[in-house]
Design a protein around this ligand. Sequence first.
Ligand code: PLP
Length: 371
Amino acid sequence: MTELLSRVNPGVRGLQPYQPGKPIDELEREYGVKDALKLASNENPLGPSPLALEAARHALGEVWLYPDGNGFRLKRKIAARHGVPMEWITLGSGSSEPLDFVVRLFVSPQSEVLFSAHSFALYPILTQMAGARGIAVPARSWGCDLEAMLAAVTERTAVIFIANPNNPTGTWLEGASLEAFLRQLPERVMVVIDEAYFEYANHPATGAEGYPDTSGWVARYPNLVVTRTFSKCYGLAGLRVGYAISRPEVAELMNRVRPPFNVSSVALAAAEAALEDEEHRRRSVESNAAGLEQLAAGFRRLGLEHIPSAGNFICVEVGRDAAPVYEALLREGVIVRPVANYGMPRHLRITVGKPEHNDIIISSLEKVLQR
Ligand SMILES: *Cc1c(COP(=O)(O)O)cnc(C)c1O
């Protein structure tokens, strides 16, 4: 097989696969702990809306039929919710998939792709898969430095990825600075604003001052794609459904590379119902905002610094190499996310849980750090 394997695309050869948070089963098996708590993948601790679950159950009765390959009803609902034409919406299997569509459309081995240091791991992975050169632009106060980003643009720059808020740092960009950035950027450069945590950040309870609603921005900036997901605030990570908002010309191109039936009928049905449940969304965001405060207060009590976050997770600086702290927390039955591979060896990223979860992580941290 050696010859066959040597023929794999050069971009794939040096690729490290995306590292997901440790699954609960695995921890329980390896460490012999019971009732492990996972605060590592930014899932909604309240789960999905009961309406979404009911719709998913109902849709199971028809799984022998192919789904609507155009996702007409879901696209219409998303469009209505954001006040944009439905021709602007492209559905994906999670919002990671539309990120891949953009790379397929615009990135070639000659391209450069920009993203911020300490930003989402998928951007360099997708870039490398396309055989292109990824450039991590140095961050400012852990967040995306838009001026440095502009200065890094060259003739070869094809795509810029900006996560707002950013994962794993939780930092966010204000509308005014993002617009100033977009105004100065040449139109030939595609910008993706990845808003996986939009529902959390776009709410006064979260305290992300100046956080913009970019839903309509593609009218002004044709080189903009905004991505959102049902995986985070809507609690449907396991069903894999997300979407992009773009100009219809770009949506039409994305449709050319989109695999047929990329969103399952169960996912379509659940997402449609989830959009209807304003009450569940409000409770999720308010519970998260309270959880962020609870965690921040706990960190202060332990004398630990944290990065203010607009997402449903928060990065805490543990004052030493975080790897052994992560390991010790695993032995306590708590899974958090080490972020050394994001250039943050002294931080841990903790997903906001229910109040009792947040208490457990603070007391586990206290115990582990005293050793
Ligand atoms: C979670 C996340 C996503 C998307 O995940 P999907 O489940 O594919 O929708 C995208 N970007 C960031 C920054 C994320 O944290």
